[in-house]
Ligand binder design. Structure first.
Ligand SMILES: [Zn+2]
Ligand SMILES: [Zn+2]
Length: 349
């Protein structure tokens, strides 16, 4: 497709973002051109916007950013089968090489040569985005745009929660940002309990309660939170910890409340290395630590589609704000201020 489009880009190595007019991406073999219908903001996008150390080391401006979206296919590259113009798709943001040993043994989502959409390649905060067909997930045409928009971040929560059985398990969800909130919904829908939601933000705890947490605990009072979770599990501790915050204190609290032989699921990214009590928290406890990076391609997507189709999971209440793509600065201000109840922030091109 010829012409130009509006996009939000990191134009130079500095904080902020710029509304730009750039050429529509030209697709090649195995690629699709998608007209973006809905996008959403991830913690990663906040790091890029704020231009923190991680962003400085990883992002090469100028770059169109954003990696969570859905849209309609408007152009199909040579060699692509199984897609038609007009199909509604969500995009998997992890772009695998398909050829390395990791890909070839079924772990494409952590490919050795992994590229991330909107981090390593031009992203979705634009009217159009190009994507390898392998990363497009086709929806029923009746799928609501809001749900399709957040499939990628909801996938983090579905993968983290359901990577092993969770039905009937007690769970501590450390951190109630959007992915923690999605996880609360998934755990509740899967029949976990009691579900403890732990965060420093009262609004987020209130949202977690409304999405199915049985008990909410203030992370600012860590000792009390540990005491309550141990008391609620007969002194044993919880079967499963979902660490969604990356906060060192939450990681340590998570290990303290994990029962012997339990599952510690690590998703939140600490900003620097974290010290933990390896002997007592992992070895003597017989803990199983599972790292969650992205979503399994595409086992998680099939699970998630089934949960949505059956009416078990509806992520829309987590989307608390919607802005036009051109109001990106306002959307970022809302996302970063966390004033009031801020869950997922959505953008419409
Ligand atoms: Zn993300
Ligand atoms: Zn690979």
């Amino acid at each position: 497709m010829k012409g130009t489009m509006k996009a939000i880009a990191k134009q130079k190595a500095a904080p902020g973002a710029t509304l730009v007019e750039v050429p529509i991406p030209q697709i090649g073999n195995g690629e699709l051109l998608v007209q973006v219908r809905g996008a959403s903001i991830c913690g990663t996008d906040v790091h890029i916007y704020e231009w923190d150390e991680w962003a400085q080391s990883r992002i090469k401006p100028p770059l169109v950013t954003g990696h969570e979206c859905c849209g309609h296919i408007v152009e199909i590259g040579p060699g692509v089968t199984g897609f038609a113009e007009g199909d509604l798709v969500s995009l998997e943001s992890h772009i695998p090489c398909g050829l390395c040993a990791v890909c070839r043994t079924g772990l494409q989502h952590i490919c050795t040569n992994l590229k991330i959409l909107g981090v390593d390649t031009p992203g979705v905060y634009a009217d159009y985005v190009k994507i390898p067909a392998i990363c497009a997930w086709k929806h029923d045409p009746k799928m609501p745009i809001e749900i399709a928009t957040v499939f990628e971040p909801m996938g983090n929560a579905v993968y983290a929660s359901l990577c092993e059985p969770i039905s009937g398990c007690s769970v501590a969800i450390m951190g109630c940002g959007p992915v923690g909130l999605f996880a609360t919904m998934v755990c509740r829908a899967a029949g976990a309990g009691p579900i403890y939601a732990v965060d420093i933000d009262a609004n987020r705890l209130e949202m977690a309660r409304s999405f199915g947490a049985h008990e909410t605990l203030d992370a600012k009072n860590g000792e009390e939170a540990i005491r309550r979770m141990l008391a609620g599990t007969g002194g044993d501790g919880v079967d499963v910890v979902l660490e969604m915050s990356g906060a060192p204190s939450a990681i340590r609290t998570g290990f303290k409340v994990l029962r012997k032989g339990g599952r510690f699921t690590a998703f939140g990214l600490p900003s620097k290395p974290v010290e933990i009590d390896f002997n007592n928290d992992i070895i003597f406890k017989g803990a199983r630590v599972i790292g969650i990076n992205g979503r399994e391609m595409f086992q998680t997507w099939y699970k998630m589609a089934g949960l949505v189709r059956s009416g078990t999971l509806d992520p829309r209440p987590v989307i608390t704000h919607t802005f036009a793509l051109t109001e990106f600065d306002r959307a970022m201000t809302t996302m970063r201020s966390r004033e009031g109840k801020v869950g997922k922030v959505m953008l419409i091109p």
